[in-house]
Design a protein around this ligand. Structure first.
Ligand code: BES
Ligand code: MN
Ligand code: ZN
Length: 480
């Protein structure tokens, strides 16, 4: 779906009015009896959404009230999604939004719901099926509060979310390690970022043992993708580094996943895609902050030469890791990237990964698990951003005791915990062995991919992390 500034009334006959209360009705081109109907219904039944059938098109009125809490903004996104789903179901291709006297924040939340709810992944539908239904694809904004700057910045962010979802939704036979990184490079460069893809030789040279070990069972080479956004004017000297897990498919390896655990594992590169999407949006919107994205990319398969439980490997910082379970592969590739991040002397590193099923068990699909070390105040700001965009982060305890669970008998650490429980935290504790800077770890296994439609987050890839990190970094660029 594309956003446009409204110019001529011919553009679309569908209209949505977003208003605070019934006193604004006088400004709308409705019949008197329609206005009376709305006032009556609102009083009698507290109905807030109205839709008039104009014989082939629709005029909709959404009454919002004065509320502006985080939860109220989320309600607006969901109402946007309902409107957009309705118009698509009615085969309407375009709509005009009018929002007299509304705050810009409410307008943006509503548009966000319309745009995100109106995402569809269609490359593998044949033309005959695509032609059968018209989808809402043009949204014209007729509001003075909505400036050209809003149009530009917001469109770019939505495009970043769409691109991220596309990458995650791509089937694993269409998006292997090479294709994934090439796509990120192409779109990243188009956005104005600097991108480099390190191949297997360079990865060997860099001693990325985790990535090489996970890749052993695969017929496809791994790669390590670096995306950098360094504008000429930056507000801070030290960069912020983002690390994203890029498992284009996770079979579990020799510890093969059971049947029902496999079908969504193309989404195991969602963290990497989110890092890409964030950098894409930062670059497109020329946010004055130096940000570097690191994405280790491979699949995890039970090949002839695959790693097996019991293997011991030596990581780039000299620490030895005993592999107990080959399905705990994400932390191995992330460790390499976290070690690599040290060379940038970052003021903060945030990693994003579909890391543990345990996070899903604990939090379901409505929260991201967050942990931090030496980054208490950043975490508070990140949580605030997470409420603003409603990709809500909950901080888990990260006490020393949890670290004991990954002590190994024969190596420094093992790649899964000994005891039962807290698998999300022990995964974080594993990563903590490889950091030397303020650090936040985000486990997005919960929210990255939806099995059923979840309002504007849709079904399938959600691009969780992109709106969150963009909001956090944009605010960080202003804070200086
Ligand atoms: N990619 C999975 C985690 C995952 C599970 C993501 C479900 C999305 C939905 C990860 O590589 C994994 O397999 N983790 C294991 C770790 C275990 C072996 C300690 C898990 O959570 O079962
Ligand atoms: Mn796994
Ligand atoms: Zn995985």
């Amino acid at each position: 779906m594309k956003l446009h500034r409204f110019t001529s009334p011919q553009k679309s006959k569908n209209i949505i009015y977003l208003i605070k209360d019934t006193s604004v009705l006088d400004q709308l081109t409705l019949l008197d009896r329609e206005k009376e109907y709305i006032i009556f219904q609102k009083k009698e039944s507290d109905k807030n959404s109205f839709c008039f059938n104009r014989l082939g098109f629709y005029e909709m009125i959404e009454i919002v009230g004065e509320d502006s809490s985080y939860a109220d903004m989320e309600k607006l996104r969901k109402r946007g999604d309902r409107v957009s789903s309705f118009l698509t179901a009615e085969n309407q291709g375009s709509v005009v939004l009018k929002a007299p006297e509304m705050e810009i924040s409410s307008i943006l939340a509503f548009i966000e719901g319309i745009m995100l709810g109106g995402y569809h992944f269609l490359p593998y539908k044949t033309k005959d099926e695509k032609d059968k239904s018209i989808m809402l694809k043009d949204l014209f904004i007729d509001c003075v509060q909505f400036t050209d700057q809003h149009l530009e910045n917001f469109s770019n962010l939505m495009e970043a979310v769409y691109l991220t979802r596309d990458l995650v939704n791509e089937p694993p036979n269409k998006l292997d390690a090479a294709v994934f990184s090439k796509k990120m490079a192409r779109y990243g460069r188009e956005a104005g970022a600097w991108v480099d893809i390190y191949g297997k030789e360079k990865i060997i040279e860099l001693g990325m043992e985790g990535l090489l070990t996970v890749n052993k069972g695969s017929k496809t080479d791994p790669n390590f993708t670096v995306i950098e956004w360094k504008p000429s004017v930056v507000t801070q000297k030290q960069p912020i580094v983002l690390v994203g897990k890029g498992l284009v498919f996770d079979t579990g390896g020799i510890n093969l996943k059971p049947g029902n655990g496999l079908d969504t594992m193309k989404s195991d590169m969602a963290g990497g895609a989110a890092v890409f999407g964030t950098l894409y949006a930062l670059a497109r919107n020329k946010i004055p902050l130096h940000v570097i994205g690191l994405i280790p990319v491979t699949d995890n398969r039970p090949g002839e030469n695959a790693m097996v439980p019991g293997d011991v490997i030596s990581m780039g910082n000299g620490k030895t890791v005993e592999i107990i379970n080959t399905d705990a592969e994400g932390r191995l590739v992330l460790a390499d990237a976290l070690l690599f991040a040290r060379r940038f002397d970052p003021k903060l590193v945030i990693d994003v990964a579909t890391l543990t099923g345990a996070a899903v068990a604990a939090l379901g699909r409505f929260a991201i698990a967050g942990m931090q070390q030496d980054a208490d105040s950043y975490m508070k700001k990140l949580i605030e951003s997470s409420m603003r965009v409603y990709e809500r982060v909950v901080e888990l305890p990260f006490w020393d005791e949890y670290g004991k669970d990954i002590e190994s008998d024969i190596a420094n650490i093992r790649n899964i915990g000994k005891g039962k429980g807290a698998g999300t935290i022990t995964a974080g504790k594993f990563l903590a062995h490889f950091i030397e800077y303020p650090w936040i770890h985000l486990d997005i296994a919960t929210m990255a991919f939806m099995d059923g439609r979840e309002s504007y987050m849709g079904k399938g890839a959600t691009a969780a992390g992109v709106r969150l990190l963009y909001d956090f970094l944009e605010r960080e660029s202003v804070a200086g």
